[in-house]
Design a protein around this ligand. Structure first.
Ligand code: ARG
Length: 563
């Protein structure tokens, strides 16, 4: 039930103003004694050329209460609307029970295409925490946009091209050990890559050699291409293990290499528009008028670079998908890169560059030394997930679950805990990862939400003898009303998360709902002799479970039925 719409319709009929316009003016009073919705009439003063107090009074005289709105009052220039609580509870809860996991979904997206680029790790390099962040935020945005009726294309823009592949081929030819690479591809490839840099400091010829190999690769030479493809296949196999664990997949893995033959077009387009300048033998787009450093398009040795591939990719995406929005989930340190190439696209006359959005996120720091001192000073993501799962298993010593359910349950809760910890912060805020916080069963954590959900299901398994038709007017306790209020705003909460590209909005919402649920559970008896009350409360719990599960789904977290 969309009360905002109902209220707006009432006002529209009485005023002849457009519904959409009114809908944007409607507010929710901070103090619920002043009503559930309010129209601040000073916003209409310039239209009617009257005092807000008068406008409010006149409108109040013209609008009659109905089954949804029980009372309308004009107070100090505000037109206040009171929702009929009984019909409100019934309409919210019945809608949830009927729509189940589709509750909260919307059609506003109108099937428009939204591209969400996320994860985008680099071949032959470790999948690091930044990539994890991007993967997790991307997955959540995908589910949010989909729930609002958009068609989402998930792209993994793999870092599989660039001069570093020349270095890697050179390193492999010098120190590569096939068996070690087969066994632990990423670690071994990283080892020889790090070694290349150390050796190149002593022997600058190595750089020259690497450049030659990359040139061969760009020219399609079979030997270099074979090695590159081999590194890529091995890396993807590793990355896919992680994606499987996280329940993530992509519609396209077109990475940087995919655009290697689409770069000449970018250069000619830029030349046509006279945007290219020579600078130290490189070709650049001057962005000084926009207070940005130049965007390098072609390097002095003729090689194309990251930005050029991104420009080619954006053009390709527009042509292929005709996107409504093209979203890049990439760390804040790359913000300037995105500003630069979005600007270049604009200068090229691509008016759709305004639909390209960089969704940045700040660093997550791991103070835990144990995790950060492995080779190359990187944190291996599997280690983080494994540690989380193992710690959860330790907590589960008293569980009543069957032996064979412990492992899969701990896996879901452990991984969910890490995902939740990443998403509950505002994405632009730096975070110091803490196991205490991530796993705290009593706090704002994934396991707390999992626990709340499992607790709800547990009661539902126990209650018996419910009536067919619940009477929701029996839910009169303050906390019950508060829960229903919270449940009623899921759709607008999703809309807010989408407008800010911020999964945190959902994480906060489900934390608040879970807190309310637990305080309800502690203060209201569900299993009682009064069948009518028992029925209404059991159905309230069922509705809560549906919405908690939906929220976790939107965050990319799987629920467990018991723990
Ligand atoms: N592969 C890059 C990295 O690991 C991220 C790619 C971001 N996406 C893009 N279209 N530039 O830093």
């Amino acid at each position: 039930m969309d009360y905002r719409k109902i209220v707006s319709e009432m006002i529209s009929k009485a005023s002849d103003l457009e519904i959409d316009k009114i809908e944007n003016m409607i507010e929710v009073p901070a103090n619920s004694e002043l009503g559930d919705y309010a129209l601040p009439c000073f916003k209409l003063a310039s239209i009617y050329r009257k005092a807000p107090v008068l406008i409010a009074q006149e409108l109040a005289g013209k609008i009659l209460p109905d089954s949804h709105i029980s009372n309308i009052q004009a107070v100090n220039g505000y037109l206040n609307f009171f929702v009929n609580k009984e019909s409100f509870s019934a309409s919210v809860l019945n809608e949830i029970l009927e729509k189940k996991d589709r509750y909260g979904d919307d059609t506003v997206g109108g099937e428009q295409t939204v591209i969400i680029e996320s994860s985008s790790p680099n071949i032959a390099k470790p999948f690091h925490i930044g990539h994890l962040c991007s993967t997790i935020i991307g997955q959540s945005l995908y589910r949010l946009y989909e729930s609002a009726g958009y068609k989402v294309v998930r792209i993994n823009h793999l870092g599989d091209w660039g001069t570093q592949f020349g270095k890697l081929i050179s390193a492999y030819k010098r120190w590569g050990d096939d068996q070690a690479i087969q066994e632990e591809p990423i670690k071994e490839l990283l080892r020889i890559y790090v070694k290349f840099h150390e050796e190149a400091e002593k022997n600058p010829e190595l750089e020259e050699e690497a450049r030659r190999y990359f040139k061969n690769l760009e020219d399609g030479s079979p030997e270099e291409t074979r090695l590159w493809q081999w590194f890529k296949d091995l890396s993807l196999k590793e990355f896919n293990k992680l994606y499987n664990r996280l329940g993530v997949s992509f519609d396209s893995y077109n990475g940087e290499s995919f655009y290697s033959d689409k770069m000449d077009e970018v250069v000619s387009l830029l030349e046509e528009k006279s945007l290219l300048k020579e600078s130290d033998q490189a070709k650049i787009v001057d962005l000084e008028p926009y207070n940005m450093p130049p965007c390098i398009i072609v390097k002095s040795d003729g090689a194309s670079i990251y930005a050029t591939r991104d420009i080619a990719a954006a053009i390709y995406r527009k042509r292929t998908y005709d996107f409504y929005k093209n979203i890049y989930v990439v760390g804040i340190p790359q913000a300037l890169h995105f500003q630069q190439f979005f600007k270049v696209l604009e200068l090229m006359g691509c008016e759709w560059s305004k639909d390209c959005v960089h969704v940045g996120f700040a660093h997550v720091r791991f103070p835990d030394k144990k995790l950060s001192t492995r080779s190359g000073n990187v944190i291996y993501l599997e280690d983080v997930l494994d540690e989380s799962v193992n710690r959860i298993k330790e907590y589960m010593t008293n569980t009543k679950l069957d032996e064979d359910m412990i492992e899969p349950t701990a896996e879901k809760i452990g991984i969910g805990a890490v995902i939740f910890a990443f998403l509950k912060r505002s994405r632009e805020k730096e975070m110091v990862f803490s196991w205490e916080e991530t796993l705290n069963l009593e706090g704002e954590s994934g396991p707390y939400i999992h626990y709340t959900y499992a607790r709800g299901l547990n009661i539902l398994r126990k209650v018996e003898g419910l009536e067919d038709r619940p009477d929701f007017s029996l839910l009169k306790e303050k906390v019950e009303i508060a829960i229903i209020q919270k449940l009623s705003v899921l759709q607008e909460t999703i809309a807010e998360a989408i407008s800010r590209n911020e999964p945190m909005v959902i994480a906060r919402y489900v934390i608040e709902l879970s807190k309310l649920f637990n305080s309800f559970y502690n203060s209201c008896k569900v299993i009682t002799e009064e069948i009518k009350l028992k029925t209404a409360r059991a159905k309230l719990i069922e509705a809560c479970c549906i919405v908690i599960k939906k929220c976790l789904y939107l965050l990319g977290i799987e629920t467990v039925d018991a723990m």
